[in-house]
Design a protein around this ligand. Structure first.
Ligand code: AMP
Length: 280
């Protein structure tokens, strides 16, 4: 018996989370929940929260935790998320990670795994500044490295491709800074809970997809409910809960790669609403 698939994807902007999230969503039949996309929809629909978020998004800073947690709470209780979910771009700081942990505890739906997309930051600026996305089918292209066959038109559905307004160099630098300062501490957060899996996000899409499926399956088996055999105590149950937790932590991903220092110019001003992160 396998557990639900409930995944968090962590990675710098441009590390390919969105592309993999779409494939995983099809593979496991679970919704891709991208807070960035939900916020962009709120901006387009001119919802009050969208208008509030827009200025912050245009600067590449984080939208307030209150807005983002409201969106997530509403989304996770939708019927399509009952069989699992894939969180893309959420959580983005420790406060959000803690709030998510509490929410999932309340719903009695533990996280399967948090997958960290490792990639050298030097590629990220080029990947982001050339990025084109299809608003219809979600396909992602790059002007420099993987352009569409016809100018700015989606190869799959012919829709006019979109260049995100926050994919300009100044905002990109801010977004990478914010990732480093506020999102990277999540690595320690999930590692300490035995939930972190790191994958090399620099390579062909199918290779990355295979790595991800492997770590999901490993973590699903760890989380699968045990079916005790008659008269026998299963080996995993013979440990005390605390010992089992420790064993899980030790056996989880061994890669402790520190991210390379990035040669980015100093961050632009920080949003008043963006919370400071604490390193653990
Ligand atoms: P993304 O599409 O994930 O790159 O997000 C685009 C922008 O939306 C980010 O630069 C933030 O301004 C905002 N955003 C997305 N997700 C979050 C989040 N979890 N917390 C705060 N802001 C977010």
């Amino acid at each position: 018996m396998q557990s639900l698939v409930q995944i968090v994807l962590i990675g710098a902007p441009g590390s390919g989370k969105g592309t993999q999230a779409r494939l995983l969503s099809q593979q496991y039949g679970i919704p891709q929940i991208s807070t960035g996309e939900l916020l962009r929809q709120a901006v387009q629909s001119r919802l009050p929260l969208g208008l509030e978020a827009q200025a912050v998004m245009d600067q590449g800073l984080l939208v307030s935790d209150t807005i983002v947690m409201g969106i997530i709470r509403d989304r996770l209780v939708q019927p399509d998320a009952r069989s699992g979910f894939l969180l893309d771009g959420f959580p983005r700081n420790l406060e959000q990670a803690q709030a998510l942990e509490k929410l999932l505890e309340t719903l009695d739906r533990p996280l399967t795994v948090a997958i960290l997309f490792q990639m050298d930051s030097e590629y990220l600026i080029q990947r982001l500044s050339g990025r084109l996305t299809c608003p219809q089918c979600g396909a992602v292209y790059n002007r420099y490295t993987s352009p569409p066959r016809f100018d700015d038109q989606c190869d799959n559905c012919g829709t006019l491709l979109r260049h995100r307004s926050d994919d300009n160099e100044e905002t990109i630098i801010n977004r990478l800074r914010v990732y480093e300062a506020q999102t990277e501490p999540l690595i320690g957060f999930y590692r300490s809970r035995g939930l972190l899996a790191e994958i090399n996000a620099d390579g062909p899409i199918p290779t990355i997809f295979r790595q991800i499926r492997r770590v999901i399956n490993e973590h699903r088996q760890r989380r699968a409910p045990l079916r005790p055999r008659k008269g026998k105590v299963p080996a995993r149950q013979s440990k005390s809960p605390a010992a089992a937790r420790t064993a899980r932590r030790v056996s989880t991903t061994s890669a402790k790669k520190k991210s390379k220092p990035r040669n980015l110019p100093p961050a632009k001003k920080r949003s008043g609403k963006a919370k400071k992160t604490r390193s653990r």
